[in-house]
Design a protein. Structure first.
Length: 402
């Protein structure tokens, strides 16, 4: 080992000297006697991604859109997302687009709310995805590009469009999304009344119709319509497509962008029923698997008790609790005090999981023959609960859900 050490040190020194000679003695002649080329000129700066957008921003401006903004740009690889937030005035439409370098084979563009709900998307297999989002929409959205195939520089751009020019801009630029003037009356929809009548007979119950509209639907992105629910109310939706579209996907979404219910899969008219113990803003998302055309949406409402009387059991989703358990308990104590109840005799608490029953012992001896009120309350994020009281002999004394 002692003899090997000088050899190792010499090898390292030789490499170091050769490296120093390479950079410190540029005047040495190159092999073969010719002069070596000079060092390349290096300039500070970054790639200008705006060149990827081409003449699209200028074309949109000539058609009536506002000045363009570069939302973001970055080098991206397969299945990578790049995007940024954009503020959108309440009465304006938003034109969003993504473009990639020639090394990218397929790129998509999508618009999301702050909660992550998808508002518009162009998922076609191409390199020029473009969407148009018109009111109603959030005050701020997230516009993002998704590289599906390839890698390279990607640019995401956005422009505001007056509602009066939305249809012209969308048609000229091939934008996907909300290109119509919004929902339209569907009074004369062929076969609509028959479809609604058949559904009502199958489901049963007494319903009050409060909305009937026709929506432009496209297989490339969902179309949305307001789906509000009052406290202790059920809302039933019947969706009937025209001959140009088929196999509808229908989802009910709450104000936080969470999917609460889905219509059963199949061809022809779709329907779903959703109930909520508390008032909540909702949205119905409609998207066909194939085609681009129209779909009629008929909404009816009924008191929450109708869920117990329906002949055919529909898909029913109960909105989840919005408050933590401490606030729910406080609200219950306040209501009981106003109703003349005395202090709580006993309280038990625990953790619930979906589909799993939890048993807790109850002692009524301290009541000395008085009547007992049992309240079961839940905090976020729990939804529909079922509770029952049994005696020691296994007899059911009381039950409820909500």
């Amino acid at each position: 080992m002692k003899a090997a050490s000088p050899l190792l040190g010499s090898a390292v020194a030789a490499v170091a000297l050769a490296g120093c000679a390479l950079f410190s003695r540029p005047g040495l002649p190159a092999p073969g006697g010719s002069s070596a080329p000079p060092a390349p000129h290096v300039a500070a700066g970054e790639l200008d991604a705006r060149v990827l957008l081409g003449d699209l921003p200028a074309r949109a401006t000539r058609l009536g859109a506002g000045a363009p903004s570069l939302v973001t740009s970055a080098e991206a690889v397969d299945n990578e997302w790049v995007g940024g937030f954009v503020d959108v005035p309440a009465q304006e439409c938003l034109l969003g687009y993504a473009r990639g370098a020639s090394s990218i084979e397929d790129v998509d563009v999508a618009v999301y709310s702050d909660e992550g709900a998808q508002l518009a998307v162009d998922e076609g297999r191409d390199i020029h995805p473009t969407v148009l989002l018109c009111p109603p929409h959030p005050d701020r959205v997230y516009v993002a590009a998704h590289v599906v195939d390839g890698e390279g520089l990607v640019a995401v751009g956005a422009q505001l469009v007056p509602r009066a020019r939305a249809r012209v801009v969308a048609r000229a630029l091939g934008a996907r999304g909300s290109v119509a003037d919004g929902p339209r009356p569907a009074e004369a929809w062929p076969g609509l009344d028959d479809a609604v009548r058949v559904h009502r007979l199958e489901v049963g119950g007494s319903w009050e119709e409060f909305k009937r509209v026709a929506l432009s639907v496209d297989a490339r992105l969902p179309t949305y319509v307001a789906f509000p629910i009052e406290a202790d109310q059920c809302v039933d939706a019947v969706i009937v497509p025209d001959d140009d579209v088929g196999l509808l996907d229908v989802e009910a979404i709450d104000g936080e962008g969470r999917v609460l219910a889905r219509a059963r899969d199949g061809a022809g008219p779709r329907w779903l029923t959703m109930c909520s113990p508390a008032a909540m803003p909702g949205t119905l998302a409609v998207r066909p698997h194939v085609g681009r055309g129209l779909a009629a949406v008929v909404l009816a409402r009924a008191h929450g008790d109708v869920a117990r009387d329906l002949a055919a059991r529909p898909e029913i989703a109960w909105a989840a609790a919005q408050q933590p358990i401490a606030m729910v308990r406080q609200a219950l104590d306040t209501r009981l005090a106003k109703s003349g109840y005395r202090d709580t005799v006993a309280t038990r608490s625990g953790t619930l999981a979906l589909g799993r029953r939890v048993s807790l012992p109850l002692e009524f001896n301290a009541l000395a023959g008085a009547c007992a009120r049992v309240d079961v309350v839940a905090g976020a994020p729990l939804g529909l609960l079922e509770a029952s009281v049994w005696d020691d002999a296994g007899a059911l004394l009381a039950s409820g859900d909500g």
